[in-house]
Write a protein that binds this ligand. Sequence first.
Ligand code: ATP
Ligand code: IP8
Length: 263
Amino acid sequence: MIIVKVGGSVFSDKKGEPENFDEETVGRIAGEIAGFYPEEDFIIVHGGGSFGHPEAKKYGIRKGLPGDWKTAHHRRMGFTLTHQAMLRANEKFIDAFVSKNLPAFSVSTSSLFITENGEVAYGDVEVIKRLLELRFIPVLFGDVSVDLAKGIDILSGDQIITYLAKMLGPKKVVFLMDVDGIYDGRPGEGSLIGSLSKDEIDALLDRLHCTAAGTDVTGGICNKLQEAKKIAEHAEVWFVNGKVPGRLRGAIRGDGFGTRITG
Ligand code: ATP
Ligand code: IP8
């Protein structure tokens, strides 16, 4: 089984209009996966992009639910609206996969996971396991979450993958981004890292100063690398450019162009 994370920067322009969606890119990604299905099983997890992140930021979802009614009510409304924005993104993913004759099935993250300060505290993977056995392709997404410490929070797609990797033991996890892989420095300035062991990630995080947050409420590249370190204990991890045709195919085959992280 292979888990593919389709980053928000791949399926939408995070700095563009709210809820912009790159149908052509997602259709092509679905097409590359169709080349391996049903011999290979897949779970897809997509990020928030221009759907979830602007709403989550606008309503301050990561700050949780405060005691005073007025602010809490405003956040509750934002929690609902952020989730609805993610459902709209998810529907577009399902449409793209179905149009390639793939049985992609929407699984609502916030109905299966409870967080504590944004980390998964509880997750029910039974439905996902059964869907895989029945040869469906579960499609999850970064989402809002009920949170044990703060009342509500955001659960990043990257965190979901760490949990799924621990529970389901995929053979590979592929992160699709809008750059060619992980750079030792800023993209375009530092050099592209071809391969990295999980033990080298801490030093890389130091060198990057982890300042790539931008408009992303879940921490951008730093969060991704921190999760990759944990995932690499269970599976081989690839970071490839999801905007370039064939890169996902290469990562699935194992001879791809990008960054490969080993345990
Ligand atoms: P989302 O979290 O919404 O799903 P995503 O998975 O596409 O989004 P981002 O959080 O946007 O990922 O992180 C990827 C971005 O990080 C790239 O667009 C890239 O410009 C930026 N970045 C900053 N520093 C680096 C680096 N050293 N290596 C690779 N990408 C980097
Ligand atoms: O883009 C965040 O998920 P991510 C989801 O995978 C929301 O970090 C709702 C902002």
